[in-house]
Design a protein around this ligand. Structure first.
Ligand code: CO
Length: 180
C-alpha cells in the first residue's frame, strides 16, 4: 500500500468530471487500498479519487465517530463506486471542510436524507440509505466526482470570503498563494 498525494485547490484536476469505474481488477483493488490508507493518514472522513488525481467515480468514507474519550476511531469503511443518488428528502446545514481546501470550513446546505445506488469495490450492486452526517459526507464526496467543491455551494459573498481565508491559510502554511 502507498500514500497518495492529495491535490489542493486550484489544481485543475479537481474540476474534471470523473469516468465510471468499469475494471474492478487488481489495479483498482490496490488503488482503493491506497485511497483508504491516504484518507486515514490525512485524518479525513472521506476521500474521492479525483482528489488524488485519478479520474474515477469512486469515493471512500469512514465517519470515524468519536469514542468515549472523544478520539476519532476507525469504523466501517464504505467504498462507493459509480454512486448515484436516487432519493432526496429534507435539508440540513453542516459545517464542512475538505482535504483539498485545507485551513478553512464553512456551513453548507445539503439534503438530510438520501438513498444511493452504488457498486462496492468488487463491482457488486447495492443500495443504501443515509441521514445526517453520513448523508452530508456522501454528497460532499460525490460532488468531487463532478468537479464540484463545497465552496461552490456557498452564496457569492460567503464563497469569496471562504476563498480569501483559504488564500491566507495557504500563505501562512508556506504554500504559494493560488491565483484568483
Ligand atoms: Co472534499
Amino acid at each position: 500500500m502507498a500514500l497518495l498525494r492529495v491535490l489542493t485547490h486550484p489544481d485543475p484536476r479537481l474540476r474534471l468530471v470523473a469516468e465510471r469505474v468499469t475494471d474492478f481488477g487488481e489495479a483498482f483493488q490496490t488503488f482503493v487500498d491506497d485511497l483508504v490508507e491516504t484518507m486515514y493518514a490525512e485524518v479525513g472522513r472521506g476521500l474521492a479519487a479525483p482528489q488524488v488525481g485519478a479520474s474515477l467515480r469512486v469515493v471512500v468514507i469512514d465517519l470515524r465517530r468519536p469514542d468515549e474519550g472523544g478520539k476519532l476511531v476507525p469504523g466501517d469503511v464504505f467504498v462507493l463506486a459509480n454512486p448515484e443518488i436516487t432519493f432526496r428528502e429534507g435539508e440540513i446545514v453542516w459545517r464542512e471542510g475538505c482535504l483539498s481546501l485545507p485551513g478553512i470550513a464553512a456551513e453548507v446546505l445539503r439534503t438530510e436524507h438520501l438513498k444511493l445506488r452504488y457498486q462496492d469495490r468488487l463491482g457488486e450492486h447495492h443500495v443504501l440509505e443515509a441521514r445526517d452526517l453520513f448523508a452530508v459526507c456522501i454528497q460532499h464526496e460525490l460532488d468531487h466526482l463532478d468537479g464540484t467543491l463545497y465552496v461552490d455551494r456557498l452564496g457569492p459573498l460567503e464563497r469569496a470570503l471562504a476563498l480569501q481565508d483559504y488564500t491566507e491559510a495557504q500563505h501562512l502554511a508556506g504554500r504559494q498563494a493560488p491565483p484568483a
